[in-house]
Design a protein around this ligand. Sequence first.
Ligand SMILES: C[C@@](CO)(OP(=O)(O)O)[C@H](O)COP(=O)(O)OP(=O)(O)OC[C@H]1O[C@@H](n2ccc(N)nc2=O)[C@H](O)[C@@H]1O
Ligand SMILES: Nc1ncnc2c1ncn2[C@@H]1O[C@H](COP(=O)(O)OP(=O)(O)O)[C@@H](O)[C@H]1O
Length: 285
Amino acid sequence: MNTLSLLSPAKLNLMLHITGQRDDGYHQLQTLFQLLDYGDTLHFQTREDRELQLSPAIAGVAQDDNLIIRAARLLQQQATTPQGATIKLEKVLPMGGGIGGGSSNAATTLLALNQLWKLHLSIDQLAKLGLQLGADVPVFVRGHSAWAEGVGEQLQAIDIPESWYFVAKPDCEVSTAEIFSHKRLTRNTSPITIAAVLKQGGHNDCEAVVRACYPAVDAALRWLDSLSQTNDNNPARLTGTGACVFAQCPDRESAEQILHQLPNGLQGFIAKGVNISPTHQALSL
Ligand SMILES: C[C@@](CO)(OP(=O)(O)O)[C@H](O)COP(=O)(O)OP(=O)(O)OC[C@H]1O[C@@H](n2ccc(N)nc2=O)[C@H](O)[C@@H]1O
Ligand SMILES: Nc1ncnc2c1ncn2[C@@H]1O[C@H](COP(=O)(O)OP(=O)(O)O)[C@@H](O)[C@H]1O
């Protein structure tokens, strides 16, 4: 086997509490990562010359900065393989939206090339490598919906009811660093247990600051909230540091109904929450 085509799924942060800040400035979080059955598709073909070729390029992202190339190169360095890869990317996930597309692409690349290059690195080793590329890469490498603590690196796999979601991306990109350095960000939410979150839900501490700084996010949340409340769903929420917003829906039809009413200026999609990543399902991990 020298080719593989894999889905590279998105994630949602169903809640994100900020419980403190470390001396190095990084924030202590509690968050529930929900993997989705929707994402980009990556096609891999091995080559014998150590070259890494990716197409098409992403506008505004230099090839060497693309997380797919960075992940492949990291793996080549780690495992001194003579092989390379030709990689094709079908991008459907909006970027800079808090749904983890870049992190997921990096994780899918690590998992795919580990298998194609027959490197036999363990999931623990790949997750450790992934952390060098971004805080959200390990959850995609591990491939299970998870409860995360610390600065997001302490992961515990968890089964969450596999609901349907509607997700919308307002026409703006939110800088994670800007939100985490904002002086009005809530940083002292009391720690909560997983059991309490599963019973009573949670909130996103970034939401107030993101709404204040990005009117398009505020408008999207208000629009989605009015629809979700009419449909008796949960309130609309922000994922990660945004800009994407989402609503949990009782079934596929309710999610589709919201999608059909999508106003101008928003991109949207529907997806099902999954406990096991479609990448892992395809690789039988
Ligand atoms: C908070 C999350 C939740 O999923 O937001 P999203 O990126 O998904 O929106 C992520 O963990 C983000 O991960 P990622 O986007 O990889 O963040 P990084 O590049 O590691 O950090 C960007 C900047 O955010 C700040 N940062 C990030 C994570 C954290 N726990 N505390 C922080 O203070 C730091 O200033 C850092 O320089
Ligand atoms: N393969 C990739 N897919 C998406 N973004 C990438 C990729 N490689 C590098 N990036 C950069 O990473 C940034 C964050 O991407 P992404 O993970 O999609 O957003 P977020 O961290 O908000 O969930 C993008 O804005 C882009 O500049």
